[in-house]
Ligand binder design. Structure first.
Ligand code: SF4
Length: 324
């Protein structure tokens, strides 16, 4: 029997290259090897109460990108987290075995407190327990994650150990599957690519928008003039070349070091390579977006499939805990 994979995508609107390289390409590949369960985690988005007015539209935008990238609803279970409310029941139950001290030490909680000092809500503290519930309710044994999510997954494993110790063996400890691109740096060359920092390129951007964004990217800071030799190993444009222009990247590195290629030319070739790779995805997205009724149908069907697994897990958990 194939192992279960779970991963959640926050509905922050259209996905970008960082999401694509860091997660989505991996999600697509995992479909060949595992039973995959992918949720657009809309409840998680409520913990910081950002742009909730756009939440439903953002779920659809994310789903369009995922489907266009190759997630297949006939092979994977794809749904919106809030459409399977059983997960919130498990969240309550797992909350009973999770010491508050474990949650207060999570690095992302501390960061969020700094970012949103006026909205340190109960949901924010419990975020990792909801994340654990997402994984465990679908009995996922493998979780594709970026490096920044590893502390959350470790916490899930601790919750599993504690639950199993108290109530008997119920859950397997989920294992991390690190992506090939655990951290995709944004166009500023400094921080992780992110929509909120506006250092990103949307998957659904036009070819012109993509080229414009690439041309604005920070390169090797030591290379001031066209005649200066460059250091591709510190240049984020070069890192992206490594993915989108893989066959030419060694050649580009040599040309850069010998100052035979200028940054403008290098960026042009990167923009062209990104646009070539994403052209089929963008065409599929346009087709999918023309039929929003299909998106609704996919979400509904995914939620029905997810509920079958979720209800079975919840019944087992309640029995273990002496509730039924
Ligand atoms: Fe970066 Fe390319 Fe410029 Fe070299 S030529 S510094 S790899 S953008």
């Amino acid at each position: 029997m194939k192992k279960h994979v779970f991963s959640g995508v926050r509905p922050t609107g259209r996905l970008h290259l960082g999401n694509y390289l860091g997660a989505v390409k991996n999600y697509v590949a995992l479909q060949d090897e595992y039973e995959c369960v992918y949720a657009v985690v809309d409840l998680h988005a409520l913990t910081t109460l950002e742009e909730t007015g756009k939440l439903k539209d953002n779920v659809c935008e994310v789903l369009l990108d995922l489907l266009a990238a190759g997630l297949d609803p006939t092979r994977s279970i794809i749904f919106a987290q809030s459409h399977v409310p059983e997960v919130t029941e498990l969240f309550t139950l797992l909350g009973m075995v999770t010491p508050l001290s474990w949650l207060l030490r999570v690095p992302t909680f501390k960061e969020k407190v700094k970012m949103h000092p006026h909205n340190v809500n109960y949901g924010l503290v419990g975020y990792p327990v909801l994340m654990a519930s997402d994984i465990l309710i679908y009995k996922a044994e493998v979780v594709p994650v970026g490096e920044d999510q590893l502390p959350h997954l470790e916490l899930t494993r601790e919750i599993v150990r504690r639950f199993n110790e108290h109530f008997g063996p119920t859950f397997a400890e989920p294992q991390a599957k690190l992506t090939n691109y655990p951290m995709v740096v944004g166009l500023d060359g400094r921080d992780k690519m992110s929509k909120s920092l506006n250092n990103h390129i949307e998957l659904a951007a036009t070819a012109e928008e993509t080229a414009k964004k690439v041309m604005s990217a920070v390169t090797d800071p030591a290379r001031k003039l066209r005649g200066d030799s460059g250091h591709p190993e510190v240049c984020n444009v070069y890192k992206l070349q490594g993915h989108f222009n893989n066959q030419r990247s060694a050649f580009i590195a040599d040309e850069c070091r010998e100052a035979k290629i200028g940054c403008v030319e290098c960026k042009r070739s990167l923009a062209e390579a990104i646009n070539t790779e994403l052209a089929p995805l963008r065409a599929r997205r346009t087709e999918l977006a023309a039929h929003p009724e299909n998106i609704e149908r996919i979400l509904q069907h995914g939620a029905e499939q997810a509920k079958i697994i979720a209800r079975s897990t919840l019944t087992e958990v309640k029995q273990r805990m002496g509730l039924v």
